[in-house]
Design a protein around this ligand. Structure first.
Ligand code: ZN
Length: 279
């Protein structure tokens, strides 16, 4: 595998701990398809490395991630190393666009959520929309005090981000509040609702995350793997997978509605200004 990644970095800062770092701070770690592809390759490297027991996902710069890079709207899928079973990426109508988002957004997130090793997100600054899709699939979340979480894309005429686990992560009330208002939830409020595990001062974020990773990494791999699988099975029994698929379908009704209504645009163009004005 070619590991000359441009959008991310990979290191092993502690024994048995791999760290993947979003390294596009000049764009607030906006996720284009290249970044998502590189992330997936790095997760695979860490998952397949028998010396690694815990994987940390961190980010360079002031903000963890501003979400999907909307300039990267129509990438050439033939250049992507796809790992799912989607096809017809270039098809007209809803077909191609839905297949691309199923592969690159929902599919990759679900794949990372099920990695057979504990994963920890280390989060600072803004986490917006698609940014949540990197944080929520991780097992544990350590947030710095300045971290905020928002999904403002209802203003764009869709239900929310493509990995729609909002009610499972934040509870139904806060999920609706976040979606209806588009407001940013602070790290403290997120912790109150069980969305994050720990809130730490910004200058302690790296140390606290790595200490937690090292603590976990002392435990045997199979114990960790089966513990993770058991909790995931419990959440799946509460319907997570079905809820994700259902919301993804509605998400694409939203994209298709917008295309029909707004001259081919997948989002309501007026929403971009609404989000900017409230940022
Ligand atoms: Zn979408």
């Amino acid at each position: 595998m070619d590991t000359s990644w441009e959008r991310i970095r990979y290191d092993e800062p502690r024994e048995r701990v791999a760290r993947i770092t979003l390294a596009r701070p000049e764009a607030a770690n906006a996720q284009d398809y290249q970044m998502l592809s590189e992330l997936n390759e790095a997760f695979d490297v860490a998952a397949q490395d028998d010396s690694i027991r815990v994987i940390v996902l961190a980010a360079d710069g002031k903000h963890f991630s501003s979400g999907h890079d909307l300039r990267d709207h129509n990438p050439d899928m033939s250049e992507m190393a796809t790992v799912g079973t989607q096809c017809h990426f270039d098809a007209d109508g809803a077909e191609g666009y839905m297949a691309r988002e199923a592969e690159m957004y929902l599919g990759l997130c679900w794949r990372w959520r099920n990695i057979a090793k504990p994963t920890i997100a280390s989060v600072q600054g803004k986490v917006i929309a698609g940014g949540l899709m990197l944080v929520w699939p991780m097992d544990l979340i350590v947030a710095s005090e300045d971290a905020t979480f928002s999904d403002p894309v209802v203003a764009l005429g869709v239900n929310g981000t493509e990995y729609f686990s909002h009610a499972y992560e934040a509870g139904a009330r806060l999920a609706k509040d976040m979606l209806f208002t588009g407001r940013a939830v602070s790290a403290a409020e997120a912790k109150q609702h069980g969305m994050v595990n720990r809130v730490v001062p910004r200058h302690d974020l790296e140390q606290e995350t790595l200490d937690l990773a090292s603590h976990i990494a002392k435990r045997p791999m199979f114990g960790l793997t089966t513990a993770k699988q058991s909790v995931n099975n419990s959440v799946d029994a509460m319907g997570l997978y079905t809820a994700l698929q259902s919301a993804f379908g509605l998400h694409h009704v939203g994209h298709s509605h917008n295309r029909l209504t707004y001259d081919g645009s997948f989002v309501d163009p007026a929403g971009i200004q609404v989000i900017r004005d409230e940022a």
